[in-house]
Design a protein around this ligand. Structure first.
Ligand code: MLT
Length: 324
C-alpha cells in the first residue's frame, strides 16, 4: 500500500513537472543565431536586444555567430531547428526578403516556412568610403565610379546580404552593375578593411558605421532614406546629394522555426516589445541610428507582412542582377 501511495505521488510529481515545463517556457538558455560575423549590424542589434529580452524571460539568450553564404547558412540552421522556442535567429532584409531571389535553391521559405517574432529595428543604409578616397561628395563619387568602374573595390557581406543587396541597387542606378567586389563573412570585418583602406566603399546599415563616421575613420556620402538620421545629422540624404532614385530601408528582425509553441512565441514577442520600450535599450539603439519599429511591426503578423512587401519589391531587380 505504501509503495502504491509513493508510486502515485511520484506520478503526480512527474505530471506536475511536465505541466510546469510546458507552462514555464523558457526553462533553459535560448540560442539566437546571428548569421554574420561579430561586430556587424546584425550582431550589434542582436546583442543589444537579447540583453534586455534575457531579463524579461529569466533565461539567457546566447548569441551564436553562424556566418556564410550571405547569412543564409545561419538562417537555415535556425529555421530548420526543433521548433521548441530554444533556437531563434536575428535576420534582416537580406536573409528574409532578398535571399529567395538571390539563391534559387534556398533551403528555407521566409514567407511560409518560418515563425516571425517581430522587427527589432529599422537600419538606414549609408554609402560609405575609405576616408582618403578622392571624391569629396556623392556626385563626384558617382561620376568617378561611372568613369572608371574597374578602379573601385566594393566590400559586402556575401550574396543576398544587406550590403550586397543595397549596393546592387546602387550600382543598378549608376548603370555599372559589375564592379570588383570582395565578400566578407559580415560587414564587421569588411568595415575593418574599409577603415584601413584595403577596400574603397560599401553600402551598410547605419548601426555599425555611425561611430566610425562620427570619428572620421571613414566617410559617408549619403543616407538612402527620405530624412537625415538624428544619429548622423551632417550626412545628406541621397535626394539632397543628387541621387534621389536611390532610396532603400533596411531592417533587422527575429524569427524561428515554424511550429513553435504559442507560449514561446507570445513570450518572445512580449520580451522583444519590453526591450524596445526599455529606456536604456532604446537609447543604445537610437544612438546607433536605429529606427524603432511601430507597434504593428513588433508583432509576428506585422513583421511577416514587411518581409513579404520587401521580397516583392526586391525580387525583380535582384533576380536579374549579376551574382558577384
Ligand atoms: C549585411 O551586409 O547583410 C550585414 O551588414 C551583415 C552583418 O550584419 O554583418
Amino acid at each position: 500500500m505504501k509503495k502504491l501511495v509513493l508510486g502515485l505521488a511520484a506520478a503526480a510529481a512527474l505530471s506536475f513537472a511536465g505541466g510546469a515545463q510546458a507552462q514555464g517556457y523558457p526553462t533553459k538558455p535560448i540560442t539566437m543565431i546571428v548569421p554574420f560575423a561579430a561586430g556587424g549590424p546584425t550582431d550589434i542589434i542582436a546583442r543589444i536586444v537579447a540583453d534586455n529580452m534575457s531579463k524579461t524571460l529569466g533565461q539567457q539568450i546566447v548569441i551564436e555567430n553562424v556566418a556564410g553564404a550571405g547569412g543564409t547558412t545561419g538562417i537555415t540552421r535556425a529555421v530548420t531547428a526543433a521548433p521548441d522556442g530554444y533556437t531563434i535567429a536575428m535576420g534582416h532584409l537580406g536573409t528574409f526578403s532578398a535571399a529567395p531571389a538571390t539563391y534559387p535553391g534556398l533551403k528555407y521559405d521566409p514567407i511560409n516556412g518560418m515563425q516571425t517574432i517581430g522587427l527589432a529595428g529599422g537600419t538606414p543604409i549609408l554609402i560609405v568610403a575609405r576616408k582618403n578616397l578622392e571624391a569629396p561628395d556623392l556626385k563626384a563619387f558617382v561620376a568617378a565610379v561611372k568613369a572608371n568602374p574597374d578602379k573601385f573595390n566594393e566590400a559586402h557581406a556575401g550574396l543576398g546580404s544587406v550590403s550586397w543587396t543595397t549596393c546592387t541597387l546602387f550600382k543598378g542606378i549608376l548603370g555599372t552593375p559589375k564592379i570588383n567586389a570582395v565578400a566578407y563573412r559580415g560587414t564587421g570585418p569588411a568595415l575593418n578593411d574599409l577603415v584601413s583602406g584595403q577596400v574603397d566603399f560599401m553600402c551598410d546599415q547605419i548601426v555599425s558605421v555611425a561611430e566610425q563616421v562620427r570619428s572620421n575613420t571613414i566617410k559617408a556620402y549619403a543616407i538612402a532614406s527620405a530624412e537625415r538620421s538624428p544619429a548622423l545629422p551632417d550626412v545628406p540624404t541621397t535626394k539632397e546629394a543628387g541621387l534621389p532614385d536611390y532610396q532603400i530601408e533596411a531592417w533587422n528582425g527575429i524569427a524561428g522555426p515554424k511550429g513553435m509553441p504559442k507560449e514561446a512565441v507570445d513570450k518572445l514577442v512580449d520580451a522583444l516589445n519590453k526591450a524596445l520600450n526599455d529606456e536604456g535599450t532604446k537609447k543604445r539603439l537610437l544612438d546607433l541610428g536605429t529606427v524603432l519599429p511601430t507597434a504593428e511591426e513588433r508583432t509576428p503578423a506585422g513583421f511577416a507582412a514587411l518581409i513579404k512587401r520587401d521580397a516583392d519589391k526586391l525580387t525583380p531587380a535582384l533576380s536579374a542582377a549579376p551574382k558577384q
